[in-house]
Design a protein around this ligand. Structure first.
Ligand SMILES: NC(=O)c1ccc[n+]([C@@H]2O[C@H](COP(=O)([O-])OP(=O)(O)OC[C@H]3O[C@@H](n4cnc5c(N)ncnc54)[C@H](O)[C@@H]3O)[C@@H](O)[C@H]2O)c1
Length: 300
């Protein structure tokens, strides 16, 4: 039976990369594809970010494919928040699976590093942390403004992503899982990550469980990426370190990701955003074809 896939090209470069992804899916076969028009244009035209019942519509598919969201004409990115973050939260897609794999030695920006050195996976917690939108602004747009953004860490939320990372490593015969936090400074929320990680590690005696502060991880990813197999971290840190991962792979355009709730409808998207500088229709000077041609030239 064919798998049904909802497709949201979204904005900017999303509208250039998705047609290529659809060509690949059509070549593989076995999917029925339904394109949904949601994105900045749709929002600016209709005032609707995601239609009523939109998350249920998404749930009715086997999988969701999204290009990218973000458009300078929507400065508060409201549509992106509703479509992208909204889908992650509403469908409870708690695993953000971000493989970092160098496909060609010549794409790596590091000296003397090869495909063998850049091959790891980051699991980013995808439904909590600093992305829940908790907080507020007092006296906004004045010199007395106070802006508070709160980070949410729940035992259940942290437990399920850390456990998923260990289970992933075990299922693939991998031997190293590294948890990254900032528990030296964020003594409440990240103490919970420490407790969960240390509590789960003994269940996996064949896996070396290590901990790094996120700043040290950022440095080591550049210095010696070969030491990592599986990394698990929170929503914000995962977002940031996978841009480093994208760079190690040859650029953000190479980085793919899955937003997963095991056994349920999940969403797949590139790691990059709408790349305004690369996208003519939202103000850029270069299209993907020219950017792609530049990479091919570099490789030759
Ligand atoms: N998942 C998403 O949809 C997502 C993720 C990140 C940012 N955003 C949004 O995208 C907009 C732009 O954000 P940004 O500039 O910080 O990040 P971005 O990922 O769009 O672009 C950063 C840089 O990465 C490179 N890049 C991005 N996509 C590429 C591709 N397909 N091929 C080659 N290089 C590529 C470009 O050099 C670009 O200048 C903002 O509105 C932001 O909120 C959306």
């Amino acid at each position: 039976m064919a798998h049904s896939v909802a497709v949201v090209s979204g904005d900017g470069i999303g509208r250039e990369v998705i047609p290529q992804a659809l060509d690949v899916l059509r070549a593989i076969g076995g999917c029925t594809l339904e394109e949904l028009p949601w994105g900045a244009d749709y929002y600016l035209k209709t005032g609707v970010t995601i239609p009523r019942g939109g998350y249920d519509t998404l749930r009715s598919f086997d999988a969701i494919l999204i290009g990218a969201l973000g458009d300078p004409r929507v400065p508060d990115n409201r549509h992106a928040r509703d479509i992208l973050l909204g889908t992650r939260f509403e469908l409870d897609l708690y695993v953000n699976y971000r493989p970092v794999r160098l496909l060609d030695d010549r794409l790596c920006p590091l000296k003397n590093r090869t495909r063998r050195d850049v091959d790891f996976v980051v699991f980013r917690e995808n439904t909590e942390g600093l992305y829940v939108g908790a907080g507020g602004r007092m006296r906004p747009d004045t010199e007395d403004e106070i802006a508070i953004q709160e980070e949410v860490n729940t035992y259940r939320g942290v437990h399920r992503i850390v456990e998923y990372a260990f289970e992933f490593a075990k299922a693939r015969g991998l031997t190293k899982v590294c948890m990254a936090d900032k528990s030296n400074a964020m003594t409440h929320g990240h103490a919970l990550w420490q407790r969960v990680f240390k509590g789960l590690a003994p269940r996996y005696p064949d896996i070396q469980a290590t901990h790094l502060y996120i700043d040290a991880l950022a440095m080591l990813l550049v210095q010696s990426p070969d030491q990592f197999q599986v990394i698990v971290t929170n929503n914000l840190f995962g977002d940031i370190v996978t841009d480093i991962g994208g760079a190690l792979q040859g650029g953000l355009g190479m980085a793919a990701s899955g937003n997963i709730h095991p056994g349920r409808t999940s969403m797949f998207e590139p790691v990059h955003g709408s790349a305004p500088p690369l996208t003519r229709d939202i103000g850029g000077s270069l299209g993907t074809r020219e950017a792609g041609a530049a990479v091919v030239k570099r490789l030759r």
